[in-house]
Design a protein around this ligand. Structure first.
Ligand code: PLP
Length: 440
């Protein structure tokens, strides 16, 4: 039972949860939780510790804004951009991949997308149609729920497993158990991972790459949090260490590189998709069922990307090109700009642990997990749904791991990006009150 003198007015929270019509908050989507919290905040005037939505909490870089303004003043708004992207951006994406992943991808294979969301959609549209015997995507979970929704709306089949119990060498047999059916077209994971912030080791990426080669499967590597494993310094162009990637071990890959988090540019909806040179040139006769040619790269540009949005906002492409150029030239350290998330996570995790909470995904095999954009937590004896609901009365919002393909349905995901310095006192007080009320 929740005591009625909770930090946020009990009746107000109770009423808004009821109004939402959700029987089980643990099944609520991110946007549904956002809506409930917005309403409670509006009614009570109280500010929540908002950890439910993965939005950047930092200002966008001036370099990007200025380049966009200059492009608009040059008159690009009246002109359709080329679907494959403006040459300046293609060049800088290819350079960025060389500088920060140490991988060669030709400019031809680097295209802008309307955020990585569209990049994933386009990747599914082509990768999952290369072979009529194959059916869809294998997600290495936990993961970003909307990508499964994309498969669903496309009518593609998908499978998934929680990688928690299959880290390191164990990943090989687990992957093989799915791939040996011969029906998997693509594998998708994010690294660093949303929601768990686990980071695959080189050994794990090698296993994924080797399996992709053995079963001729396309790996969609989602680098939405590029360079943000702050345990290592991936911030210097052309200098090791580089952001680890499956591309060291296979040519069957597509990168999704988002600007939303690493460059705090979510609002402009501009990201990039990059296809390995070999895959770009490869011919799949079965693609002709959907596209004019059997070429993978050609189908991506003049089939999928054309049909989806006929290119990406002209000015946003110049904005991203300018930021990437500055990063590639060593003039803008994009990793340092977002390191504050790691520092925030470290302090927040400490407060949770001091008040009886546990971190759910807590290691990368034998190493403590990095501090970054997200972390996962649970409270002993409580299900995720229960915890999510109870925390709302204490002014803390998060989302349930149950919607991310995690087997750890007792856990919640916290996103640190929205938490301000001025809120740490509130967080500490609210967690303390929670622990006093529910601790054994
Ligand atoms: C793992 C992952 N992939 C993709 C995206 C979407 O990125 P974008 O804003 O570039 O569409 C996100 C955003 O939260 C994400 O967490």
């Amino acid at each position: 039972m929740i005591k009625k003198n909770t930090p946020i007015d009990y009746e107000a929270v109770h009423a808004k949860i009821k109004e939402s019509g959700l029987d089980d908050l643990g099944q609520g989507t991110i946007r549904e939780i956002v809506k409930i919290v917005n309403k409670v905040e509006a009614e009570t005037g109280e500010k929540y510790i908002r950890m439910e939505m993965g939005v950047p909490g930092l200002e966008p870089p001036e370099i990007g804004i200025n380049a966009e303004i200059a492009a608009l003043k040059r008159g690009v708004a009246s002109k359709y951009p080329m679907i494959e992207g403006v040459p300046e951006l293609k060049k800088e994406v290819s350079r960025f991949i060389k500088m920060f992943l140490d991988i060669d991808v030709s400019e031809e294979g680097c295209m802008p997308t309307v955020g990585s969301m569209q990049g994933a959609m386009a990747a599914f549209l082509v990768a999952n149609r290369t072979d009529h015997n194959k059916k869809g995507t294998l997600f290495i979970d936990p993961g970003f729920p909307v990508q499964k929704q994309q498969c669903q709306v496309l009518g593609h089949e998908y499978e998934s497993f929680d990688v928690y119990d299959y880290r390191g060498k164990k990943l090989r047999d687990k992957l093989e158990s799915y791939l040996k059916t011969g029906t998997v077209s693509s594998i998708l994971y994010s690294n660093p991972n949303n929601p768990a912030w686990i980071c695959f080791t080189d050994e794990e990426l090698r296993i994924i790459g080797e399996m992709a080669n053995k079963y001729d499967v396309i790996v969609i590597e989602d680098l939405a949090y590029f360079g943000m494993d702050f345990r290592k310094d991936y911030s210097h162009p052309g200098v090791p260490p580089f952001q680890p990637t499956v591309a060291k071990y296979t040519d069957n890959y597509i990168f999704l590189i988002s600007s939303s988090k690493a460059f705090s540019y979510a609002g402009q909806r501009v990201g990039t998709i990059a296809i390995s040179d070999k895959l770009f040139q490869r011919r799949y006769p079965d693609l002709k069922r959907y596209y004019a040619t059997d070429g993978f790269g050609y189908s991506m540009i003049y089939g999928a990307l054309y049909a989806l949005s006929s290119g990406v906002t002209h000015s946003a492409q110049y904005g991203l090109a300018a930021m990437l150029k500055a990063a590639n030239d060593g003039k803008y350290n994009f990793v340092d700009s977002v390191k504050v998330y790691g520092e925030r996570a470290k302090r927040m995790k400490k407060l949770f642990l001091e008040n009886g909470f546990k971190i759910v995904y807590d290691t990368d095999i034998d190493e403590p997990i990095a501090d970054g954009f997200y972390f996962t937590f649970s409270y002993p004896g409580m299900s995720g749904s229960e915890l999510l609901e109870k925390l709302l009365y204490y002014g803390i919002s998060a989302i349930s791991l149950a919607i991310t393909g995690s087997n750890h349905s007792e856990g919640l995901r916290a996103c640190v990006s929205q938490i301000q310095e001025s809120q740490f006192k509130d967080l500490e007080y609210r967690l303390k009150r929670f622990h006093e009320d529910f601790g054994q």
